[in-house]
Design a protein around this ligand. Structure first.
Ligand SMILES: O=P(O)(O)OC[C@H]1O[C@H](OP(=O)(O)OP(=O)(O)O)[C@H](O)[C@@H]1O
Ligand SMILES: Nc1ncnc2[nH]cnc12
Length: 179
């Protein structure tokens, strides 16, 4: 449900393509042009809230850095806690880590060892699903805690990179916008 009349096509059109960023050959989906528009922001948060509101989510995990944006707003709307998954060396206490490949390189993410517990129902949020390397690393971190259930959500999914195929047999995956 959204307050202003805005269509999903308008929301899709608000995402800017930046060619050859951060490397030649990559068409970067820039969400900043979407989330700076209050009507688009409200639409996205309201749609995601409607999808997850009855799922008993206790913690939303946001993946650094773009996953922090809607992840924290969603946590607030769902009355859930927010847990950051961060790039190496940023979290101050004891962590567990996982490395992964990206569309344009490799990276590592980590989570605090005491971030989750067995009673948690977790929503893992990131702005975008490309090859699925990042989210696979995030789900394998979350799985180590033995949580009750994990949901996976993206604002944007790039279908042609087939990241969904790496996770959809194990997790409920929902993307707001698919290209
Ligand atoms: O499905 P994948 O191929 O793993 O790619 C998706 C990831 O790539 C981007 O993050 P990036 O590492 O560029 O970091 P940022 O959010 O800090 O910009 C994006 O925000 C996802 O986290
Ligand atoms: N094409 C892309 N646009 C934005 N973020 C990305 N992360 C990985 N691939 C991406």
């Amino acid at each position: 449900m959204n307050s202003k009349q805005i269509s999903i096509d308008e929301v899709k059109a608000s995402i800017r393509d930046v060619v050859d960023f951060p490397k030649e050959g990559i068409v970067f989906k820039d969400i900043t042009t979407a989330i700076k528009d209050p009507a688009v922001l409200v639409y996205c948060v309201d749609e995601l809230y409607e999808y997850y509101k009855d799922k008993g989510i206790t913690k939303v995990i946001g993946i650094e850095s773009r996953g922090f944006i809607l992840g924290s707003v969603l946590a607030y709307r769902l009355n859930a806690g927010f847990v950051p998954v961060r790039k190496p060396g940023k979290l101050p206490a004891e962590t567990i880590q996982e490395s992964y490949d990206l569309e344009y390189g490799t990276d590592t993410i980590e989570i605090h060892k005491d971030a989750l517990n067995k009673e948690d129902v977790v929503l893992i949020h990131d702005d975008l699903l490309a090859t699925g390397g990042t989210v696979c690393a995030a789900t394998s971190l979350v799985d180590k805690f033995g949580v009750k259930k994990s949901y996976v959500n993206f604002m944007v999914e790039l279908d042609f990179l087939k990241g969904r195929e790496r996770i959809e047999d194990k997790y409920d995956v929902y993307s707001l916008l698919r290209f």
